[in-house]
Write a protein that binds this ligand. Structure first.
Ligand SMILES: [Zn+2]
Length: 404
């Protein structure tokens, strides 16, 4: 497969079903390839279980908590020529990969509830490092949020990521959005025309569990898009707080109005770390383990991250930002340079594929095989611009986009 220097930029307009259809049509082959990949045996659990969770939990959850997202997914499925179950699966692959499912025996409905998690020891290979940088740290007094997204290197080689620019219908009163996501999903990180930004990091806790099949719960990606569909920061926070979920994740939410938060979301509790323009450190960084003070001060919920580069990536990013931030002199280029850090190579902040990875790892699990930084993105929330590259920021070619 020939390698393109950049990911596809997909622009869609209109009401949820229509814009979804257009998105599906424009990225049909990529979506079909992602569906085929995640449906392989051993990736997300037995299809009998996955399908039951989709029908009993995620679809009713979408219909109740994010009906426009459900319509958009229906459109994507129709446009891409795949089933709606396939699109819901792609949008729930984070949630599905965080719990292990047993096979469901179709003949014995009495054990239907046996779609339960085993031990929470799920190897998470989706590892990101994120930052929010407020105006007082920057030369131009602008707010940034930025991320290195580390995941299966196949996303790079198969061109499976897209930049999704959404112009909702005027009647919806939803701001324009720019999202970075896997083809078929409705968004992983992004910013909107109202100056709100969001990145996210994988987290694992002992509160994570397989969903109760009698309770509607949307895939946790809904929390991200529901936030970005708002023009008001506080309304976006309510959307996150009030939408149920069955796994943990860290959501970094920021606003051009100089507010930033890490929300360490667990199924029952959200632990917060907040900065504003008056904060001693006008920036926040996060990787893939719990780090907020409220979380560390309690003993009810445990972090079940198995250990690894998360324990230094955030510190390395902070080290890269600190000096210029303290001098109130950070510019976009400095942020990109900070994300190019190679301490701990190849599992560095800027993560690289190494040959041995492809031969040493078993061919099972959703993220098996070599991993790398598949995308680096810097959102300038004040200017509504995006600088993004495919692959590692030390070698990728950056492109600039503007939200209008
Ligand atoms: Zn690099």
């Amino acid at each position: 497969m020939s390698l393109h220097p950049s990911y596809q930029h997909v622009v869609v307009h209109g009401l949820p079903y229509d814009r979804g259809f257009s998105y599906g049509e424009q990225t049909k082959e990529k979506i079909q390839r992602n569906v085929t990949y995640y449906k392989q045996p051993g990736k997300l659990g037995p299809w009998s279980s996955v399908s039951r969770v989709i029908h009993d939990c995620y679809i009713p959850g979408l219909q109740r908590y994010w009906p426009s997202g459900w319509e958009e997914m229906r459109g994507v499925a129709a446009g891409a020529g795949v089933s709606i179950e396939d699109i819901v699966m792609l949008n729930a692959r984070y949630d599905l990969s965080h719990v292990k499912f047993e096979a469901v025996c179709e003949e014995k409905p009495a054990i239907k509830e046996k779609v339960v998690d085993e031990e929470q020891r799920v190897e998470v290979a989706e590892e990101c490092t994120s930052a929010i940088i407020l105006a007082p740290a920057t030369k131009d007094r602008v707010v940034f949020t930025a991320q290195n997204w580390d995941m299966s290197h196949r996303l790079v080689t198969e061109d499976a990521i897209i930049y999704l620019e959404i112009h909702p219908d005027v009647s919806e009163n939803i701001p324009t959005m720019f999202l970075v996501t896997e083809a078929g999903q409705l968004g992983r990180s992004g910013c909107n025309g109202a100056g709100l930004g969001l990145t996210a990091n994988s987290l694992q806790s002992d509160n994570d569990q397989a969903p109760d099949l009698s309770t509607p719960i949307p895939p946790s990606g809904s929390l991200r898009r529901l936030f970005l569909e708002q023009s008001n920061y506080s309304v976006g926070l309510k959307c996150i707080a009030r939408t149920p979920r069955h796994v943990s994740c860290n959501i970094m939410v920021s606003s051009a109005d100089d507010i930033g938060m890490c929300l360490e979301v667990t199924p029952r509790t959200i632990f917060r770390s907040v900065i504003s323009s008056g904060s001693e450190k006008p920036y926040l960084v996060h990787s893939n383990h719990f780090q907020t003070s409220p979380f560390l001060a309690q003993t009810q919920i445990s972090d079940t991250y198995l250990g690894g580069s998360s324990w230094y990536r955030g510190k390395r990013l902070e080290a890269g930002l600190r000096e210029k931030a303290q001098r109130e002199n950070l510019i976009e280029r400095d942020i990109v340079v900070a994300f190019q850090d190679h301490a701990g190579y190849p599992h560095s902040l800027c993560e690289h594929v190494v040959e041995e990875q492809s031969t040493n790892q078993e061919n099972s699990g959703p993220y098996s095989g070599p991993t790398s930084t598949v995308c680096c993105v810097v959102y300038n929330l004040s200017k509504r611009t995006v600088r993004v590259c495919k692959g590692c920021p030390c070698e990728g070619i950056f492109q600039d986009f503007e939200l209008r």
